[in-house]
Design a protein around this ligand. Structure first.
Ligand SMILES: Cc1ncc(C[n+]2csc(CCOP(=O)(O)OP(=O)(O)O)c2C)c(N)n1
Ligand SMILES: [Mg+2]
Length: 314
């Protein structure tokens, strides 16, 4: 896919366990709202990778016929009505969807966002309205802010906030809040499996801070592979050749850590995991082929799915 995509993009590498655990706890009636890291959330919700990749390339086979691009991936049929690329932009929309869930008597809404959203006014509006209306919403803050070497002992702050603990902020607005380790798949699954039914049964809004550590390749403005693609062998007997990548794999990568945990627990063996990895790689290669082969939309398509065509009435 090299050089097929022009424009800025954001990766979800290192945060995958959050989306997987969250979406696994949801049902069909539920909504999710997301950000520029939307592709991880959509995949976890069951979106088709070929339609997502086609959308990212602006092709007609994409979820929005190539009109939304990477920043606005959405799939209404999966309960993902829209994606906002504004920091904090999805929170008020998600709170509205949660109010709709409350009125119709079914469904919960889960809103993913980054730690910088806590410096936006929209965050406080959404927290207050959600608490006052007591709507079924889970605010999932993926805090990937401070690299390990810059963290003070025992702390996990955000570079954009003076608060020492992010969970204190919503707590002060009567939204119950807790914190979970984003590299620990089991802890995340336990957390979402507990919180989602509570919110579904009328417990009111919740805030969850998921503490993640960024993959070393995502620090440049244009993310780049620091040492080839992720390899399942790194979970076993091989090591990446860069020291920072090796440290991140061993301490913070949820995928590597969970792969090792499954083997240690005897749930799956190495051969089974390699088979799964191979199948996923083949699926993604097929999805990339579909996206590359998909035609661009025609000029006439620009006038489809719009409220006004620009033509004056007689
Ligand atoms: C209102 C607004 N201001 C600025 C930007 C530019 N911008 C895009 S991503 C980003 C940082 C967001 O950080 P965070 O919310 O922590 O999410 P992360 O990218 O770390 O997952 C900024 C400032 C924006 N998209 N929207
Ligand atoms: Mg962040």
């Amino acid at each position: 896919m090299a050089k097929q995509f022009s424009g800025h993009y954001h990766v979800y590498i290192g945060q995958e366990a959050t989306a997987v655990a969250a979406c696994a706890a949801l049902g069909q009636d539920d909504f999710i709202f997301t950000t520029w890291r939307n592709h991880g959330h959509l995949l976890a919700r069951g979106a088709a990778p070929e339609r997502m990749l086609a959308e990212i390339l602006g092709k007609s086979g994409g979820y929005a016929g190539g009109k939304s691009g990477t920043l606005h991936l959405s799939a209404r049929e999966l309960g993902i009505p829209s994606t906002s690329a504004l920091v904090g932009g999805a929170l008020p929309l998600a709170t509205g969807a949660a109010l709709a869930c409350k009125h119709r008597g079914s469904g919960v809404t889960l809103c993913f966002f980054g730690d910088a959203a806590l410096e936006e006014g929209a965050f406080y509006e959404a927290m207050i309205i959600a608490a006052v209306w007591h709507v079924p919403i889970i605010f999932v803050c993926e805090n990937n802010s401070i690299p390990p070497e810059q963290r003070k002992r025992g702390q996990f702050t955000s570079s954009t906030l003076p608060a020492a603990r992010l969970a204190d902020v919503p707590q002060s607005l009567q939204v119950s809040a807790e914190t979970v380790d984003g590299s620990d798949m089991t802890a995340l699954a336990d957390c979402f499996d507990r919180i989602v039914p509570e919110v579904r049964n009328g417990a009111g809004p919740r805030f969850l801070e998921v503490r993640c550590t960024r993959w070393p390749g995502s620090f440049p403005l244009w993310p780049e592979l620091p040492s080839g693609a992720w390899q399942i062998a790194w979970a076993f007997d091989q090591k990446p050749d860069r020291a920072d990548l090796a440290a991140w794999i061993n301490q913070s990568d949820p995928l590597t850590l969970y792969t090792r945990k499954l083997v240690e627990a005897g749930t799956l063996d190495r051969a089974q995991l390699e088979t799964i990895d191979k199948r996923v790689c083949e699926d993604i290669t097929g999805a990339a082929r579909f996206a590359l082969d998909s035609p661009y939309p025609t000029p006439a398509d620009a006038y489809r799915h719009v409220f006004a065509t620009g033509e004056r009435g007689q």
